[in-house]
Ligand binder design. Structure first.
Ligand code: F0G
Length: 459
């Protein structure tokens, strides 16, 4: 028997109407936005798959918690609830709240990197690498080669290649490595997980050289679902147990709560390291706010504490990841080239495969994202040459192997009929791909250029 359908483990209590627009209207909107989907107004978007970040639908329990916000400047009871949820579920002793993930990355990078030190990461995330480089660190990609290959069906493409770490130590010495920044369900690789077996090896490797793991735990929960489904010995373990084991290999983590944690804003840094905690607490007051709110209101911390408790329910995570798989399968069936296996938070269209004749310098993924919006009002995001930015040494474009369009699914927001509309739009574009021309960049911000860059059609 094929896998049986799992229905959403919730029913809908409030709805938000969405605007339906015409292709002519959307063509005008896209031109005004400089062919950058980040610059569209949300009101003009029909199905918003720009990101799964902060776009979650909260539960009634979380909304009820919003009324229980203790907005004291210091020592809010909601902070203590948040701390308790993180202690119990993540297993870390100390918590420093921040307004979102990148603030935790800022503090971690500044405190843990000496200029000139390397920070190995399994691929990279834009803000994480930016903060490493701002602190004088050097990014080192230690992900397995399969992660850069859209045709590889490796079940754990997020795995770390220990041989790459060995080579770095042989060349530079262990003291040249600040820490290992390991991300579960690697965003830029297509939401690909690592295995617990690989993590165990990485942790043992780190212990041998005295190099700790600091997770970018943003999508760790989704990684646990794949471990439960794919790795021997985990099928009968609860997500909560797998999650606790996974986190136990880290000295700490930075977290963007806008993803796994089911809230619209928030983040934190958590650790078992006394010295790091002390210094992070000192630093957070300069950049974020007092260490018992770190840029969040009491009510936001309450919703976050409740979101952390809800996220580890097995039915929630199964339904979440299986919706992403559903969209992926629809696209595969339609012949649309995507990164396989399908990741935990998004389906990534392979823009090189979709537009095989377009040179990377004509921004195929950016082009495809713009065309998709004009076709159906579906908003997606470029994850390719624009996102990769320029090499800080040479000033040249980085040319990543992966040139992708990300269709990111918000948690608990859309139904599978929305997914069908998305799949049909991609299929329609595939049939007319010969008429899609590339773009040229006409405005380029110096940092994280993909957010605000502007383009014009080439033809
Ligand atoms: N790490 C990862 C893996 C992320 O995906 C993000 C954000 C961050 C860190 C930064 O967290 O936004 O709370 O400051 N990713 C969003 C996305 C923006 O759309 O993928 P933040």
């Amino acid at each position: 028997m094929t896998k049986r359908t799992i229905a959403e483990p919730y029913k809908i209590k409030a709805v938000e109407p969405i605007k339906v627009t015409t292709p002519e209207y959307r063509a005008k909107c896209m031109a005004e936005a400089g062919y950058n989907t980040f610059l569209l107004r949300s009101e003009d978007v029909t199905i918003d798959l720009l990101t799964d970040s902060g776009t979650t639908a909260m539960s009634d329990r979380q909304w009820a918690g919003m009324m229980l916000g203790d907005e004291a400047y210091a020592g809010s009871r909601n902070f203590y609830h948040l701390e308790q949820a993180i202690n119990e579920i993540y297993g870390f002793k100390y918590v420093v709240p921040t307004h979102q993930g990148r603030a935790a990355e800022h503090i971690t990078s500044q405190l843990r990197i000496q200029p000139g030190q390397y920070v190995p990461m399994n691929m990279y995330f834009t803000t994480t690498r930016e903060h490493v480089e701002r602190a004088g660190g050097i990014f080192f990609d230690c992900i397995i080669d399969e992660a850069h290959d859209t045709s590889s069906k490796h079940p754990f493409k997020g795995n770390v290649d220990i041989a790459k770490l060995d080579r770095l130590v042989a060349e530079k010495g262990a003291e040249a490595i600040a820490y290992l920044s390991i991300a579960p369900c690697v965003n830029m690789a297509g939401g690909q997980p690592f295995s617990m077996a690989n993590l165990r090896e990485v942790s043992a490797w780190g212990e041998r050289y005295g190099i700790p793991i600091i997770f970018d735990a943003t999508r760790a929960l989704e990684n646990c679902y794949f471990i439960q489904q794919r790795e021997e010995g985990y099928a009968d373990r609860s997500i909560r147990e797998i999650f606790k084991e996974l986190m136990s290999y880290g000295e700490g983590c930075t977290m963007s709560s806008k993803k796994d944690n089911l809230v619209n804003i928030g983040g934190f840094l958590a650790t078992n390291n006394d010295e790091f905690f002390l210094r992070a607490k000192e630093m957070v007051v300069v950049f974020e706010g007092l260490h018992t709110y770190g840029g969040m209101s009491g009510r936001d911390m309450e919703a976050l504490a409740r979101g952390i408790e809800e996220m580890v329910e097995d039915a929630h995570i199964a339904s979440r990841v299986r919706q992403v798989e559903y969209l992926g399968q629809r696209l595969i069936d339609a012949g649309v080239p995507i990164v396989e296996p399908v990741g935990g938070h998004a389906v990534f269209i392979d823009a090189r495969g979709f537009l095989p004749d377009m040179p990377q310098d004509h921004f195929p993924a950016q082009t495809l994202a713009a065309a998709l919006y004009v076709d159906s009002g579906v908003r997606s995001m470029e994850r390719g040459i624009v996102s990769a930015g320029r090499d800080p040494e040479t000033g040249e474009h980085r040319h990543p192997k992966l040139e992708l369009v990300r269709l990111t699914i918000p948690r608990r927001v859309y139904t599978n009929l929305h997914m069908d509309v998305v799949a049909e739009s991609c299929e329609a574009l595939l049939q007319q791909r010969d008429s899609i021309a590339g773009l040229k960049m006409v405005y380029e911000p110096e940092k994280l250029r993909f957010f605000q860059a502007r383009f014009e059609p080439l033809a």
